[in-house]
Each structure stands twice: as C-alpha cells, then as structure tokens.
Design a protein around this ligand. Structure first.
Ligand code: CP
Length: 310
C-alpha cells in the first residue's frame, strides 16, 4: 500500500508488506463467513461511496467489487467509459476529480494503459484500487488467487505454482508471481519462448513444455490465450500451442492427484483448457470467483476503515 496524505492505495501487491498480505487474507476469511450467511451484509462501510471506473470490459472484477462494496453496506456508482463523457473527450484526471467532487470515498479503476491507476492515485485524495492496468498489474486477482491456494493447500511455503501460457501479456501472472514468491512458494512458468517476458524474476523456473512441469506442481495456473496473438506472430498456430500447453484430461492424469487447476477467467475452453478439466474436481475456477468478493471486501475495508481510514 502507498501512504500519501493519510490515504492508502492498492496499486500492486509489491506495495504490501508480507504481514499486510497475511492480514488481508485473514480478514477475507471473516468476510467469506459473512457471505455464507442468509443476509450477506455488514454495516462496516455504511455511508461510504465506492466508484467503479471501468475503461475496459470486465465481468468478474467489476461485479465482484460491486458486490463487495454492497456487502459492506457502501453505496456504489458504476462508470463505464463508453457511456460517459469520456466519449466527449473528458480526461482521466477530470473524470477522477469529478467523482471525488461528488463525494466518492474510493475509486476502483480498470484501464487499458499500464500505470493509469498510479496517475489517478497521485491526483486524488481518496484511495485508488487497481482493478487491472494494461499488461502491468492486477493485485486483487493475485490476492484472491493466493487466498484460494491457502484455503485448499494450507501452508503455501515450498509449494510449487506453475503459470502456463501468455506470461508476457498477463497482468495476472505479473502480480501473481510477485505475491506467490512473497509467500515462499516455488514459482515456475511453462510457456513458448515468445511468451516469456524480460521481467521474469530471478529464481522462477522455466519449462518449455507443460508436461515437464506437471508432476511437481501443486497449482497449475492457466492464462487466457488471446486469439489475436497468432496474427501478431507470437504463435505459429493455436494447434501447436494446444499440443504443448493445453491442460487436458491426459495431462490432468499425469499431475498430482491433489493438484489445483486455476484460471482467472474468462476461459477459452478448447484452447488453454478443455471443458472437462474446467469442470473437473481439481478445478477451482468457480471458487476463485466466489472468493474474489471476500478478498475485495477485505481490501475495501482495509483502505476505508483500516489505519487512518475511518
Ligand atoms: N479475472 C478478471 O480480471 O476477469 P474480468 O476481466 O472479467 O474482470
């Protein structure tokens, strides 16, 4: 978290101390219990307003932040760039000042440009939460992913997670690799060489075939393959990608029996994952979505009611 004028932002996981990650995960456990109650609401953020500023499409993250804020009794405003004055040329700065002037208490932003949430955080006096910026970061996805891993595996230290596929363009992998490393996991990637980024941290093991990573991985984390990458020359053919990297039933049989198969969504069924694996007992894709609400409740609560946020 970034401390600035007595407000805190969540722009990426590397702004969090290990203790803060642990504390967010513990607080998410309490909120997960709230979400299992018949009335899934607590008054923690009553009187607060959260604005979702989405400049890019989203299903899971936008709904999840909206549900999280509403479950904490906050009011929520949803902004979609295509239905706003952005269409008339309004800048990000002016849109940010406008929602702040209306009394918003926090802004959640998704933007196609890497770094846009950092600018907004500089300009505004209210907390800014990054809901995904370009190819850069997706901190709440990373936090909900380690939350799910911890719930299912218990201790994470020493467990191996393998991120598979388009690491280069993935903000999910970038934030995920950071937080998994922070929690003491062994991190590996399995990807074609064209999908390996220059930013891959020292110590991350690289596999050029998914088959070589299966046996020792406690988590296989699949990333979405954007079909347009083939036209851009990253992949000779989707068929070739599928043959080396798709998580299919045969590969699932070669993996540990207790492996977790994860995917941030949206999935390309039949490309990076088969429908059978997506719906297998090892898949926790739906549980990731469920936990996303509890983890985002924990983030909103910390930023708006945590130290200095009351
Ligand atoms: N995982 C994720 O960010 O999904 P959305 O694009 O639907 O929000």
């Amino acid at each position: 978290m970034q401390g600035k004028r007595e407000k805190r932002d969540l722009l990426d996981v590397d702004q969090l101390e290990l203790g803060e990650v642990e504390s967010l995960l513990e607080s998410a456990e309490a909120f997960e219990e709230v979400l299992r109650r018949p009335i899934k609401k607590v008054p923690a953020l009553r009187g607060k307003t959260v604005v979702n500023l989405f400049y890019e499409p989203s299903t899971r993250t936008r709904f999840s932040f909206e549900l999280a804020a509403k479950s904490l009794s906050a009011d929520v405003l949803n902004f979609s760039a295509s239905a706003s004055s952005v269409e008339k040329g309004e800048s990000l700065k002016d849109t940010g000042f406008t929602v702040q002037a209306m009394g918003a208490d926090a802004v959640v932003i998704r933007h196609p440009v890497a770094g846009a949430p950092y600018l907004l955080a500089e300009w505004l006096d209210i907390p800014v939460i990054n809901a995904g910026d370009g190819m850069h970061a997706h901190p709440t996805q990373a936090l909900l992913d380690v939350y799910v891993m911890r719930k299912r595996l218990g201790k994470l230290e020493g467990r191996r997670v393998t991120f598979v596929g388009d690491i280069l363009h993935s903000r999910v992998a970038r934030s995920g690799i950071k937080v998994c490393t922070m929690l003491g996991m062994k991190v590996a990637v399995a990807a074609p060489p064209t999908f390996l980024p220059a930013w891959l941290p020292h110590g991350v093991e690289v596999f050029q075939r998914l088959d070589d990573a299966l046996e020792d991985s406690h988590v296989i984390y699949l990333l979405r393959i954007q079909r347009e990458r083939q036209q851009q020359g990253y992949l000779p053919s989707l068929e070739e990608y599928v043959s080396s990297f798709q998580m299919n039933e045969e590969r699932l049989r070669k993996a540990r029996p207790d492996v977790l198969v994860m995917h941030p969504g949206p999935m390309n069924r039949g490309v990076e994952i088969t429908p059978g694996v997506a719906e297998s007992p090892q898949s926790v894709v739906d549980y990731q979505v469920t936990c996303g609400v509890a983890v985002r409740m924990a983030v909103l609560f910390l930023l708006l009611r945590g130290a200095g946020g009351a």
